[in-house]
Design a protein around this ligand. Structure first.
Ligand code: DSN
Length: 415
């Protein structure tokens, strides 16, 4: 970073501090991961210098010959990884991938959609009133069954029959259980709707068969590339050939201008990594790790939403502990454990305060941690949550976190 240090010492200093935070801490935010050095290299490369509006072979700028190859590689690898007929790798983010499908399938200001509510596990871009999606479409939301805290497909079907939406969205940001994509498509078919699955959180699990895939099952699949797929921050869309043209048109020129070609090239790299057999083992371990932390927390007397997890994340319900998600997030953060506060079913607090904590294992699994380390991490979380004001415990946990993290370097040469 010699040039950066000379040009902008303030940013260089922040980068150094953030490097130390990542090296010394435990990243348990369910939507985050640690990319490979190869992905980092492409993200910081001269591919960032170019405009390439359009698609491979049909660009609105000259000089795109190498970008065409890079984007084709990303598309082909995406199709291969998911067994999809068509892939669009241009969306800048998961939200923009979702937006493209809304543009492709619904008339703005008129059409109805159905989706999971944010407070019960859905995503902001699935029709929350504060997002473009809630402002541009008529949205009806389903939640989980409040007893089981799991999806009840009968309730979703009843609602769909009443609402008669054009699009049913499934997929979630804070749902620890399996999602039955086939059931969602059948419900959509039954009411003449189309179905979109946002698999951003579980994309790696779906690609490797650790969770049933939505690709080839529902009409449209959207994802991010930076969560369990372990790539650069960005989005992508998968669908059958019959929808290829409408999806591509909705992304460009419908919703975006120039694609971020350094990101698309980095997507190609992460997808090549994801096509290796070790990626399946990695995703299996993510789930084993989440289940191990869940067991430790349950043994420590904490309540988990739905009682456990089938995927990469778990939600702790703190409502009987006399502390909020916000307070718990801050206390754990001071101990070097990064998590995020999260709403839970039957939430009574605001999304900025919350009664829950979301914990995920993709990043610590990337570091090579397994069940033994999960035992330790679960115990450390439980110790902090027992009394978030106990400074001696926070200091002791922080020391243990730093020691544990140092045994599993993220980029060994940076340590
Ligand atoms: N907001 C992200 C998450 O943390 O789940 C998803 O986009």
């Amino acid at each position: 970073m010699l040039n950066l240090k000379k040009t902008d010492p303030e940013i260089a200093d922040l980068l150094e501090k953030e490097k130390q935070r990542q090296i010394q801490g435990l990243e348990l935010i369910a939507s985050e991961n640690l990319v490979s050095k190869a992905v980092l290299e492409v993200m910081g490369s001269i591919f960032t210098n170019k405009y390439a509006e359009g698609y491979p072979g049909k660009r609105y700028y000259g000089g795109c010959e190498f970008y065409d190859v890079a984007e084709d590689l990303a598309r082909e690898r995406m199709k291969k990884l998911f067994g999809a007929e068509h892939a669009n790798v241009q969306p800048h983010s998961g939200t923009q991938a979702n937006m493209a499908i809304y543009f492709a399938t619904m008339e703005c200001g008129k059409d109805r959609m159905m989706s999971m509510s944010l407070s019960q596990g859905g995503h902001l871009s699935h029709g929350s009133p504060v997002s473009f999606s809630g402002k541009m479409y008529q949205v009806t939301q389903y939640g989980v069954d409040l007893e089981t805290e799991m999806l009840d497909y009968g309730i979703v079907e009843e609602l769909a029959k009443k609402v008669r939406p054009r699009l049913i969205v499934c997929g979630a940001s804070a749902y620890p259980r399996r999602i039955d994509f086939k059931a969602f498509q059948e419900i959509a078919d039954g009411v003449g709707a189309q179905c979109m699955a946002d698999i951003a959180h579980i994309a790696g699990l779906c690609a490797t068969g650790v969770h049933e895939t939505s690709v080839g099952v529902v009409d449209f699949t959207t994802t991010t590339t930076h969560k369990t797929l372990r790539g650069p921050r960005g989005g992508a869309i998968l669908c059958d050939k019959e929808y290829a043209q409408m999806v591509d048109k909705a992304v460009f020129p419908g919703m975006q201008g120039g694609p971020l070609m350094h990101t698309i090239a980095a997507k190609a790299v992460c997808l090549k990594e994801a096509l290796q057999p070790s990626f399946t083992e990695y995703n299996r371990q993510i789930v084993k790790n989440a289940q191990k932390i869940a067991d430790v927390l349950l043994d420590a007397g904490l309540r988990l939403v739905s009682g456990g997890t089938d995927n990469h994340l778990l939600l702790i319900d703190l409502s009987d502990r006399g502390i909020t998600g916000l307070e718990a997030e801050i206390a754990l953060g001071r101990a070097g454990i990064t998590v995020n506060k999260n709403t839970i079913p039957r939430e009574t607090r605001s999304p900025f305060v919350t009664s829950g904590l979301r914990i995920g294992t993709p990043a610590i699994t990337t570091r090579g941690m397994k069940e033994a380390e999960m035992e330790q991490i679960g115990a450390l979380i439980a110790q902090v949550l027992r009394d978030i004001h106990d400074e001696a415990v926070i200091r002791k946990v922080k020391d243990e976190v730093v020691a544990l993290a140092s045994r599993f370097p993220i980029y060994p040469e940076l340590a």
